[in-house]
Design a protein. Structure first.
Lengths: 74, 658
């Protein structure tokens, strides 16, 4: 599952990060093993904001797609 | 006097600039969003016979970042010569800051940790064990609350007493054997060879080149490990070890409220209307608030006219010089001041308040989708907001956008946001022709109409951004990451002082400096006569045909052209042309203004054409200069004139002939 598919308020654990933005995402705290929560969805459904390690970070869906996660709600 | 050079670094939104401002009284503008500090600011502070020289670096999430702005911080830390590095951390989110502390301690020997926003942390039920943190980090830790001026003396004393420690050695797991091998080959006393080795493993071409320049030679060292991931993971691990048991959080109450506000501000139904309503409110308050002080300033300055004239005459100045100074320079000057100052004094503090509160990043978040459709960046919404204050500020603010392509799009389209200087004239014309004089809810309607024009400006921004990114500025949108910081209640008085000092007076200063030459030019063309007719009249005659084609006339066109230095003198110049006087005419009486305009053939159509061309013509001289400085390209500067001008002209033609 990809991060952009995580439903509002759901938690997920990051498995792997790929793509060009990898380093930036690592810096922001999107690291394998971390717990993230989808917290906000903007009026046009993209971007969404995720709570990761106590910071609220907005990502576009196309970028969130680079983050592979395991949904914790299942 | 002994000097200590101090580098201030920190993640965005930790109040680093506030600390810097409090210490240096330099009053660098602070705001609650990433990338507020652009470039390095420098300020000094003298305390107990020691001069502390502060370098305020742009906020950065890490010291191995790629973005242009964050690189400024890393470059400074690595290559500049300073004594102490102070890493400012957010007490409410210590982890982010500690990550940066660890990275800094790999590069510098003398590192202090400043935990700011400690009051807020206490409010949120977070407690931090200072002694344990100091022990774990092997660095002094200082608690501050810069907003409330707490702990700053402690910080200065700690800087004075700070001493060198060994470089921090982080266990990089898989990378350790490679690092050890490379370190043996690097000979340097100035840098930490372990840090250089890390950059080599990262295959960081930027730093490899930089280190080559300072005479450190080495070869590439390719390995088949994701070095960035390994580094990020190990730093995160070390951070957790450091903070284990240091931070105790008791409740999550305030977060809950914050999320509720966020949900509301970014909701599907309310998100966009609220944003527009906020802007409407700002305009409305500006309109009703600025009226009275404006006319007061006007009569106040006007009352000095005859004393100054008498004084100059008594010094036996020639009469043309007296007229040039009083009617040309002084009048234009006080005109600009009294028309501009009151709206700015109201609008800028309100805007700064929203900014410090943390609302602007939410606006960017709401709007990003529309920008990404135009292949632009959501942060452009922030520069647009700044453009409403002043286009020149908006253009400078475009530096927060990482990709050059998107930055130029934001720069070229900023002029579609009507700046503060256009408001007074807009309000006057709209009131006369669209709302009607002496209406009960006149200012409300007026603010509404301005909001509509603003909305059109936003649509135009999208349209032009889209066309630009399909034509001369082709490319995919770069990535968009934006932190939505916690809401922070700004101090009202500080907000007012800062915004008046940094924004209002700054913009006013620039306007005044262009108003003086403009006043001289105006006076000369209005008072120089060839065969009994002034140059002004000749110019009007010459421009009449073009003016009529655009639904205007020669006088309006001339005023729009001569108003190039400052938008606020357009309407006054127009009146000067209509009344064939040789000095600017007062505009405080709307009834009189209406009579002049109507007797010169103005209709609703003329008013609409005027507003259109007034809004979309070209950036004022200050903005244009700023665009040239920022883009360093004549092409883009010319383009920034041609795009709005052609749109304005086309719209006028359409209005006139349909």
């Amino acid at each position: 599952m990809r991060l952009d598919q995580v439903k509002l308020n759901h938690f997920a654990v990051i498995k792997q990060v790929s793509g060009k933005m990898k380093r930036r995402l690592y810096d922001l705290g999107f690291l394998p093993g971390e717990m993230v929560q989808c917290v906000l969805v903007s009026p046009f459904l993209d971007p969404k904001a995720y709570m990761v390690r106590n910071s609220l970070i907005a990502l576009r869906n196309c970028d969130a797609r680079d983050i592979e996660v395991q949904d914790e709600e299942d | 006097m002994k000097k200590i050079k101090v580098a201030l670094i920190g993640t965005p939104n930790v109040g680093k600039s506030t600390i810097y401002n409090q210490l240096t009284h330099h009053h660098e503008h602070t705001g609650n969003w990433s990338g507020k500090t652009v470039g390095v600011s420098y300020g000094e502070c003298v305390f107990q016979d020691i001069c502390y020289c502060f370098y305020d670096l742009p906020g950065t999430y890490s010291l191995n970042s790629k973005s242009k702005e964050e690189m400024v911080a890393t470059d400074f830390i690595v290559f500049e010569d300073f004594d102490v590095a102070v890493v400012v951390c957010d007490a409410t989110n210590l982890e982010k800051g500690i990550k940066l502390v660890l990275q800094t301690k790999e590069i510098c020997k003398n590192v202090l940790v400043c935990v700011n926003l400690i009051d807020e942390a206490v409010k949120k039920g977070i407690s931090i064990d200072k002694e344990l943190l100091e022990k774990r980090l092997d660095s002094s830790v200082i608690f501050t609350s810069a907003k409330n001026k707490k702990g700053l003396t402690d910080l200065l004393l700690a800087i004075k007493n700070s001493i060198d420690h060994d470089y921090l050695v982080i266990d990089y797991g898989l990378l350790n054997p490679y690092l050890d091998k490379i370190i043996k080959k690097i000979k340097t006393k100035r840098f930490n060879s372990r840090f250089i080795a890390l950059k080599i493993l990262e295959n960081n071409s930027y730093y490899m080149k930089k280190f080559n320049e300072v005479g450190i030679m080495f070869k590439e060292y390719p390995i088949y490990i994701d070095v960035h991931l390994e580094v990020a993971l190990k730093i995160a691990k070390k951070t957790k070890e450091v903070l284990d048991g240091v931070v105790v959080k008791e409740c999550f109450k305030s977060d809950f409220l914050e999320r509720k506000i966020d949900r509301f501000l970014t909701s599907k139904i309310w998100g966009i209307p609220i944003m527009l309503a906020l802007l409407f409110l700002c305009f409305y308050l500006t309109i009703i608030g600025a009226n009275y002080p404006s006319s007061f300033l006007f009569s106040f300055f006007a009352s000095f006219e005859s004393p100054i004239t008498n004084f100059l005459v008594s010094l036996s100045f020639p009469s043309f010089l007296v007229s040039l100074i009083v009617d040309g320079i002084y009048k234009t000057l006080y005109w600009v001041v009294s028309v501009m100052l009151p709206p700015m004094l109201i609008f800028f503090p309100m805007f700064t308040f929203l900014e410090n509160l943390g609302v602007l990043p939410r606006i960017a978040f709401n709007m990003d989708r529309a920008f990404s459709k135009c292949k632009a960046c959501g942060k452009q919404a922030l520069t647009m907001c700044m453009g409403i204050g002043c286009n020149a500020v908006g253009v400078t603010g475009a530096r927060i956008i990482d990709s050059k392509r998107e930055r130029i799009i934001a720069t070229l389209t900023n002029v579609f946001m009507p700046c503060n200087g256009k408001f007074p004239s807009l309000i006057a014309i709209i009131t006369i022709f669209f709302v009607g004089l002496n209406q009960e809810y006149g200012s409300l309607f007026c603010a509404g109409i301005i909001t509509i024009f603003l909305f059109l400006g936003i649509l135009l921004t999208f349209l032009v951004s889209f066309i630009l990114s399909k034509t001369i500025l082709k490319g995919e949108p770069s990535h968009f990451t934006l932190e939505l910081p916690p809401y922070r209640m700004p101090k009202i008085l500080d907000t007012i002082i800062y915004s008046v000092k940094n924004r209002a007076l700054f913009v006013l200063g620039r306007a005044v400096s262009v108003a003086i030459p403009a006043g001289i030019i105006l006076w000369v063309i209005a008072n120089t006569q060839i065969q009994g007719i002034s140059i002004l009249a000749y110019l009007v005659q010459f421009l009449d045909p073009v003016g009529f084609a655009l639904g205007l006339d020669g006088v309006i066109l001339l005023a729009l052209l001569l108003g190039f230095p400052a938008n606020e003198i357009v309407v006054p110049i127009m009146l000067m042309g209509y009344l064939s006087t040789n000095t600017l005419i007062e505009m405080d009486n709307l009834e009189a203004l209406r009579n002049i305009l109507v007797s010169n053939g103005w209709t609703i159509k003329t008013a609409l054409c005027f507003i259109t061309l007034f809004l979309y013509r070209f950036p004022c001289s200050t903005t244009l200069l700023t665009i040239y400085k920022e883009t360093k390209s004549k092409f883009y500067t010319v383009l920034s004139v041609l795009i709005p001008l052609s749109i304005g002209v086309i719209l006028c033609l359409v209005i006139n002939f349909v």
